[in-house]
Write a protein that binds this ligand. Sequence first.
Ligand SMILES: [Zn+2]
Length: 311
Amino acid sequence: MKKGFLLLAVVVAIAAYSSSRESPRATAKAPIAEETPAEAIVPVAAREAALSFSPANPLQGEPVMVSVEGLSGTTTVSSITFNGKKSGVFAFNGRASALIGLDLRMAPGSYPITAALSDGKTISKSLTVGKRTTVEAPLGIPESLGGNTPESEKELLSTLAQEGAIINQIASVGTRLWSGSFRLPVDPPVFITDTYGYSRLTGASTIAHKGTDYRAAVGTPIYAINSGRVAYKGFLRNYGNVVAIDHGLGLLSIYMHLSEVLVNGGDSAEKGQLIAKSGDTGYVLGPHLHLTIRINQVSIDPERFFALLGD
Ligand SMILES: [Zn+2]
């Protein structure tokens, strides 16, 4: 009560102070501007084209938005290449851009990123990838999957490899299906039970957790984080009921351990569409939603992704 009154008093004081001035603007987070088609990018004359990275100093396991600044005349960007892989180029905040994913296990250091321009020139800049702090925690095998025995550990590793191969084959179309910002897959209040990147010590093995776990009782509504197309729906021993949304240009969001999937392969999905109910299927010790976000087959940290492109 006291706190509320104090807050009110402060708000009134600020309102009184600013009433004689320009109305205060929200500065919390700059909204993502409506994307313009590549050909509508206004050229900036007499400026050298250069690459910029957001975040400027990423760590292993993070997504990075690469943008080309200062394009002149009618020059466009034909491709953006990182680690020998070409990324899909799209217009973002008025600049030719590409999303790249840094693998959790890539060596920290400098990596060149190159953009090929339509006028035949190429521009290049080194991206410095920092080391992520390694966190380790033990995680047992549930009784339903054989319990903590060497046999079930062996079974877990071989089936995880098979399931990884299935996930790797989920296709992404060559056009961008997403727009604007991304929402979380669950409604607030959001509680993260396991973060991306920590190593789970299971028996003698180390399994990296390459997604974010959200607390969700069985039956909790799960929403598409942006628009796209349902690119996979199936049941896997460890991942349980799975649905994957292809957002185009190599970007996938994959939802795991579901009790129910409410869409079918090939369906289009809108941002915020109810696509599934959370559950406890597969390799889990309790109900939750596991969200994987992949950029060109690299699973990156969903929390960092939402920090970069979230609502
Ligand atoms: Zn998980």
